[in-house]
Design a protein around this ligand. Structure first.
Ligand SMILES: Nc1ncnc2c1ncn2[C@@H]1O[C@H](COP(=O)(O)OP(=O)(O)O)[C@@H](O)[C@H]1O
Ligand SMILES: [Mg+2]
Length: 340
């Protein structure tokens, strides 16, 4: 596809405040700035015109720019407009209204994937295995939950916000405290899940209606100190060099039985289809002690950065990051409404 002279709007967050949660949650957004810089370099190389759509705490000038001088296509890497992940679906909804094609999932899929319990219920109905769970809304009594250890997460956050080593609870008292913590800090229901104690795999998908399933990634927990749970916490994901970062090394998936591989592939494709993901997505999975897979979550619009899991999977399939970026942008551009 020809890119020379094509205007590409890059929509990302540059807010300085978060709507809720911990102040450090901003770190996950700082990372998208690196993605934007890398995208800018690629676009320059192919002769496209980079249009900066950084959304600040006051978004008016950026939104006005979209209305008055719409770019040919938008790269949407804004997952928390105004520091609020709940607003993620609002931008694509706005772009649809303006008739501007944009990368990634449509508003409905973004809204759905944020709601982890709703996605889990949908997966279960479709016989895609997901860990047993219960949802505890604020001010509700903690459930009678006996499967310990368990993991407690905010029901509708992502990027490991609200996930740290105390998320894994081993006693009813710890469970109660952690549920209260999620209610207080994240002002939303807590999702309590059976802890799946085994390998963790990431399955990246890229493409149109029937996406390509890229070679699986795995998290190597072997350098995690034994007193910390083998999970991908916020510190692991966003604080480079910390103990939990070093303890969660992303690697190409190690050997898997052929049936497991086939099951994972089928589950990832089913998850993509059931949630309505588009262009690119990543499905997080764990295997239990017996090697049975369980889908943890479906990430619509996962981190598209050159160092993220999706890019690593793409490179295992033989592609480079500029190729991934332009492929995703081409998928979006093909959806451009034809001039009449
Ligand atoms: N049921 C579970 N059993 C074991 N580990 C889990 C479970 N749920 C989440 N985790 C761990 O927590 C991490 C983050 O959880 P996830 O549901 O993927 O949320 P996020 O949207 O923050 O990535 C996972 O990568 C995994 O390491
Ligand atoms: Mg995840």
């Amino acid at each position: 596809m020809e890119w020379r002279g094509v205007s590409v709007g890059v929509l990302y967050g540059k807010h300085r405040k978060m709507a809720r949660g911990a102040a450090r949650d901003l770190l996950s957004d700082a990372d998208t700035l690196r993605t934007v810089r890398a995208a800018r370099a690629v676009l320059r190389q192919v002769g496209a015109r980079f249009v900066d759509l950084g959304l600040a705490d006051d978004p008016r000038s950026t939104l006005a720019l979209l209305v008055c001088r719409p770019p040919a296509v938008v790269l949407n890497v804004c997952d928390a407009p105004l520091g609020d992940s709940a607003l993620e679906p609002a931008l694509p909804a706005f772009l649809e209204r303006l008739g501007i094609p944009y990368t990634g999932s449509p508003p409905g899929a973004l809204a759905f994937c944020r709601d982890k319990p709703a996605v889990k219920a949908c997966l279960r109905r479709a016989h895609v295995p997901t860990p047993a769970w219960v949802v505890v809304p604020p001010r509700r009594r903690p459930p009678r939950w006996t499967a310990l250890p368990a993991i407690v997460k905010p029901a509708t956050e992502d990027a490991s916000c609200g996930i740290d080593r105390r998320s894994v609870v081993a006693s009813p008292a710890e469970l109660r405290d952690r549920i209260a913590h999620v209610h207080r800090r994240y002002r939303q229901p807590a999702l309590v899940e059976r802890f799946v104690d085994g390998r963790e795999l990431n399955i990246s998908l890229v493409g149109g209606r029937t996406p390509r399933v890229l070679p699986f990634g795995e998290i190597d927990f072997s350098a995690m100190p034994p007193d910390r749970p083998a999970i991908v916490t916020f510190e692991a994901k966003w604080m480079a060099g910390r103990v939990e970062d070093r303890g969660t090394r992303p690697i190409p998936a190690r050997a898997l039985p052929r049936e497991t591989r086939a099951a994972l592939r089928a589950h990832a494709l089913a998850a993509w289809r059931l949630t309505g993901c588009r262009d690119y997505a990543r499905v997080d999975v764990r295997l239990d002690a017996r090697g049975r897979p369980f889908v943890l979550e479906v990430n619509a619009n996962p981190d598209l950065g050159p160092e993220a899991g999706l890019a690593r999977a793409w490179s295992r399939a033989g592609g480079d990051w500029p190729g991934l970026l332009l492929h995703v942008l081409s998928l979006a551009r093909r959806r451009a409404p034809r001039a009449t």
